[in-house]
Every structure is written in structure tokens, then in C-alpha cells.
Design a protein around this ligand. Structure first.
Ligand code: PMP
Length: 289
């Protein structure tokens, strides 16, 4: 495995960062998870754009242009001889001293890892995931924007632990007001009477790249999609529910807090989106070669 760090490639055992890197000391940095299929990177421009937006929001200047980061990403995949897999693109604040002050970190570090990811087992895609509502609330816009894909994932990790302790595969995160925000690592979609609904960004949803792809597919399939305020009641009473994320792709969710959603089995609208998404990822994207 060849790992990119600041313009050079290293073997896995030599791919190291400083203990003074603020990404490690404070979670000060941003990242992207990107997927490539069949020799093409899915929605690469959208991921690079979100990476630069996240960096902008935390006042960090990435010392490369978007085009250069794009090329470094493609080159990392080439160096590893892969056609299908997952990329972790990380930008840390870089090396500083033991204080918080990011102004004492002269240069952000860029790390690119190309590998594989399996988030959920095959049976979960067939039978659906169980969800549990987390007591931990999604971080509020007033505390730290949930739009930023930062290296600070403790909010999500603690919520995920709650879900696992409850025996569920994924956790539902509500915002401070009690409205549905998203899941710990995925966006959430509900289907009721043929209409698809998903939380708005203002409610605490990340601007998921897969979420955006679902909007495009809905337009193609002629399915109405809305972004209203949603509560747990809307999840309990939905006909269908599915989750989206780069690693998860589109996965059915069939229960929340022990209550089956709809029939308690993956529904027809969810299956339609899964099929359309598989076709989309196999036929579009930035060529690696
Ligand atoms: N929400 C959160 C909190 C996430 O971490 C992610 C990505 N893993 C998503 C939603 C889904 O975003 P995307 O489709 O861009 O992967």
C-alpha cells in the first residue's frame, strides 16, 4: 500500500505524522471519504469542493489548488493499482506547539489513503438496519457547524456507541430542538405515500454527496422529494426509510427503537433508489487512468 503525505508516497509502515500535528492533538482538520467504482471516482469534484468548503469554514488554507488535490487523489489510486475502493483524504492543521493556536502551525498536511471499506455486512443491505435514537444530540450550528466534515467526530462516535449498546446498527441523531438531523455517519431519508423526505441542512444534516445523488435520482425517477422539519414520529410512521453515505451507499433501515418502519422490510421505493444508484456509480465519475 502506498500512502500520499505532502507530495510523497510512503509504504504503510512508514506513513507517519508528527505527535505535534494538531489533527492528532485537537482534531483540528478536515476530511473526505470518497468512493471509486470500475475505474472511475464517484463525484470527485463534489468531494473536493466540500473539502475546500470545510477548510474555509475552519479558517485553514489548503496549500494546494483543488486541481492539484484532485490529481494527487487520482495518482494515489494509480500508485496502488486499484479500480474499486475507498479513499480517505485528510487535511490536518499541521505541526504546531502544545497550545491551541492554529496560527503557530505553519503548514497544513495532506494525507491520502486508498483502500477498501466495508461498513455493513451484505445481510444488512438485504434485510435492513435497525436504528436506535441517541440521547446525544447532533452538535448545533451555534456550537460548531455540522456542515463541516471535520476530524472532530466524537459527537458521532459517542452517538454510534449508544446505538451499538442498544443493539442497533445505526443511531438516529436529533438536533437540540428534537428534530431529526441525520445518523451518526449517514443521511436519512423517509418515504411516505410515495413522497421522499429528508432533513434540511438547517436541521443538522451534512451536505452528503450521496444525499445529493439521491436528489438527482429522484428527479430522474419522477419521485417528489422534500426537506421539511422531521421528528421521530415521522420516522416511526414512515412507509420506508433508507440511509445514504459514501461508505454505506444506500442501505434500508427497517426499525427505530424497536418499532418496525412500514412492513419492517426494505420497501419498493428504497429498492428503486438502490438499483438506480448502483447504475449511476458504475457508469459515471472521473476516470482514474
Ligand atoms: N453525515 C455524516 C455525519 C457523515 O459523516 C457522512 C459521511 N460519512 C454523511 C452524512 C454522508 O455523506 P456522504 O454521502 O458525502 O458520504
Amino acid at each position: 500500500m502506498k500512502i500520499y503525505i505532502d507530495g510523497k508516497f510512503y509504504d504503510k509502515e512508514n506513513a507517519k505524522v508528527s505527535v505535534f500535528d494538531h489533527g492528532l492533538l485537537y482534531g483540528d482538520g478536515v476530511f473526505e471519504g470518497i468512493r471509486f467504482y470500475n475505474g472511475r471516482v464517484f463525484r470527485l469534484d463534489e468531494h473536493i469542493r466540500r473539502l475546500f468548503d470545510s477548510a474555509c469554514a475552519i479558517a485553514m488554507t489548503i496549500p494546494m489548488t483543488p486541481a492539484e488535490v484532485t490529481e494527487a487523489t487520482l495518482e494515489t489510486i494509480r500508485q496502488n493499482g486499484l479500480t474499486d475502493g475507498y479513499i480517505r483524504l485528510v487535511v490536518t492543521r499541521g505541526v504546531g506547539d502544545l497550545g491551541l493556536n492554529p496560527k503557530l502551525c505553519p503548514k497544513p498536511s495532506i494525507i491520502i489513503i486508498a483502500s477498501k471499506i466495508t461498513l455493513y455486512s451484505e445481510d444488512k443491505y438485504r434485510d435492513g438496519l435497525a436504528m436506535a435514537t441517541c440521547a446525544t444530540r447532533r452538535v448545533s450550528h451555534g456550537a460548531f457547524s455540522p456542515m463541516v466534515k471535520s476530524l472532530n467526530y466524537l459527537n458521532n462516535i459517542l452517538a454510534k456507541l449508544e446505538a451499538l449498546h442498544a443493539g442497533a446498527g445505526e443511531g438516529l441523531l436529533l438536533n437540540e430542538q428534537g428534530y431529526v438531523a441525520e445518523c451518526t455517519g449517514d443521511n436519512i431519508f423517509l418515504v411516505r405515500d410515495g413522497i421522499v423526505r429528508t432533513p434540511h441542512f438547517a436541521a443538522g444534516a451534512l451536505a452528503g454527496v450521496t444525499r445529493a445523488a439521491v436528489f438527482d435520482l429522484a428527479a430522474e425517477l419522477g419521485i417528489r422529494i422534500e426537506e421539511p422539519l422531521l421528528t421521530r414520529y415521522d420516522v416511526y410512521t414512515a412507509d420506508e426509510c433508507f440511509l445514504t453515505g459514501t461508505a454505506a451507499e444506500i442501505i434500508p433501515a427497517v426499525s427505530l427503537d424497536g418499532r418496525p418502519i412500514g412492513t419492517g422490510k426494505p420497501g419498493p421505493v428504497t429498492e428503486k433508489f438502490i438499483a438506480a444508484f448502483r447504475k449511476l456509480v458504475a457508469t459515471t465519475g472521473t476516470p482514474i487512468a
